[in-house]
Design a protein. Sequence first.
Length: 363
Amino acid sequence: MANATSEQIEEQIKTYTDPYLEKDLVSAHCIKNIAIDGTTATVDVQLGFPHQGYEAALTEALTPIITAVDGIENVVINISSKIVTHAVQKGVKPIQGVKNIIAVASGKGGVGKSTTTVNLALALAKEGATVGVLDADIYGPSMPRMLGISGKPESEDGESLNPMVNYGIQTMSIGFLVDNDTPMIWRGPMVTQALEQLFKDTRWDGIDYLVVDLPPGTGDVQLTLAQKIPVSGAVIVTTPQDIALLDARKGLKMFDKVNVPVLGIIENMSIHICSKCGNEERIFGQGGGQRMSEEENVALLGDLPLDISIRQLADDGKPTVVSEPDGRITQMYVEMARKVAAKLALKAQDYSNKFPTIVIKND
């Protein structure tokens, strides 16, 4: 029996395409070490995205591929994650305590963007990441209710605010600072200043992903985010009907113009399943997200059903991912969260903090 080599094992691993990275693990620089001891191969895999619920499936997929190498009978696969800071728009400074900011946007209201945001954030946390949510919808903040958080944030130094926490998610929203019944009658400059303060004056603690719930449209808030806040990537939420897709395209083009990569599209309310008879009906049309994905060359991250439980659970402050951790819809959110994080993992890293700051003084 011939002695196996690490090169042979590496070539075998190249035959497996990771479903989230959509490329092989060698090309994605995820294979960190291959060691062979007799007939046992030990492979160290380091993913750039959280992997808590994916570890068993990845091990199961790689094991037969590696044991197919002549001379290998046993396989040990060590899987870890390393979430790094990714590049953002030029000239925008990073926010202390935050590695990556992911903006969730929609061209129009009523497409379920906030519900998608909160469940994506919870799914990333479920996979093992440290996650925050910033509610950037100044006029209609919904995160306090959706995450079941009440009360006011504390300030230790009189200048910055501690984020509110529930379900392990660090959260900040204008909704914590004003009464529920108080309308926000503010002009654009006041809104953009408030948004900047929410980002920069919150004491975020070791966040891998700060998921931002943007208000619908392409106005002041979106431009402030694009020009002054370090955004690593964006996700567009739409529904299948033509009018929603039309507006979603505007959001996509906006991020494109300000050099923020769009990580993908989520099609919400894609199909309605009758709770009484089980009949499936595509109320808002069919295939819109797929068409947009193909035409704009942007990934379709997944589609979600029009399901009354998603809305009810979010309204009750117990979103689907925490209320039904083993449910079918939760698995959909987890799949989309992995794809979002994996798409981001393939983007350029931010090396700005690796370089020294040079100061020239005239003495």
